[in-house]
Ligand binder design. Sequence first.
Ligand SMILES: Cc1cc2nc3c(=O)[nH]c(=O)nc-3n(C[C@H](O)[C@H](O)[C@H](O)COP(=O)(O)OP(=O)(O)OC[C@H]3O[C@@H](n4cnc5c(N)ncnc54)[C@H](O)[C@@H]3O)c2cc1C
Length: 381
Amino acid sequence: MLDLFFDDTHRALRDAASAFVAREIRPHVAEWERAGWFPESLSRAAGEAGLLGVGYPESLGGGGGDVFHRLIVTEALVRGGSGGVAAGLGSHAISLPLILDHGNDAQRARFVPPVLCGERVACLAVTEPGAGSDVAGITTRATRDGDHFVLHGTKCFITSGVRADLAVVAARTGAEGHGGLSLFIVERGTPGFTASAPMEKMGWRASDTATLYFDQCRVPAENLIGEQDGGFYLLMSNFVPERLMLAAMAVATAKLALEEAERYAVERAAFGRNIGRFQVIRHRLADMATREESARAFVAVVAERARRGEDVVSEVAMAKNHAVDACLWICDQAVQIFGGHGYMAEHLVERLYRDARLLPLGGGTSEIMREIIVRRRGYGG
Ligand SMILES: Cc1cc2nc3c(=O)[nH]c(=O)nc-3n(C[C@H](O)[C@H](O)[C@H](O)COP(=O)(O)OP(=O)(O)OC[C@H]3O[C@@H](n4cnc5c(N)ncnc54)[C@H](O)[C@@H]3O)c2cc1C
């Protein structure tokens, strides 16, 4: 993150998070990626190091902090070299705020602290096989039966879904459309709730992505978050910090790819000189650095506006698209600078290129970001 807006607490956190990543993540990442599995012990280690609690209230076991503290942790985790590991450690960041901001005191006290210390894993289950971008099209049903809701339906592509001890699940309690959705906390072990094996993916391989099944699953009514039928608006507000986090992931991934390419350009020789001495290569590096700096600055300014409490819904959508486009292009250029070596799994740029491809899809696609910008700006009448 751009340190223009940092104070000493941000710098100290950046150092501590980087040290954690250098010690606990980077040496093992290639092995975890090959295995296609998220290491179970890592959540506990990150919780004990205080990284999962950054940005959460101290009264619930968090470490306090602002949006920059949270993005600093995101960037440090991405610099571990695996988007999947960063996503696996970040799945609580897209689910827990719904409980924190819209749950009641009992829900907060029961569900938040064990996740922040890494004892339990939380995920967010919104997407369904037939409804992704179109959140209002969700068909998973929740029907009231005494002091329970009975959930029936399927969720897909759920990050940390295999390991999750609790899922925040969007389900339909009312009429068709966005007005009839509610959010529930569903705990692992609830009869009728099962998770698939990890799905095989192009990138983010170390994260466990699952299909979740709810088969007449009885969830206590006390696990309803906020108002019945009010879930859609809670989800929409939750998307803003998620998209900012994904924009920060894009910037961090772009920076790593740039650093790898810079290093390689002075190491690799062809036609009797380092490839960095070819003007085409060094101009490419100059363009990569320009786009990375520009994306970083845009994301930081939007984060600062969010910190000041401004409504940044469309700016976050713009920042995500801008940073993601820069990231995809920079990763592509980095592979090109590596030549055939860049296509081989032994080089980090190969993984960055694959991991980056998730960014224009997750947390709302680039097309949906444009739709948000269009609506907010009133384009097209
Ligand atoms: C690795 C991974 C992890 C994920 N983790 C989670 C998670 O933890 N929790 C969760 O709930 N979901 C998760 N998702 C799901 C993700 O949020 C969705 O995949 C995404 O929102 C897109 O939905 P979809 O896949 O159904 O695509 P669709 O909505 O079917 O879209 C298909 C295409 O149509 C375009 N399109 C759709 N509507 C419009 C429109 N109105 N205008 C223009 N174009 C449009 C899309 O942009 C896209 O190009 C994850 C996905 C992946 C790949």
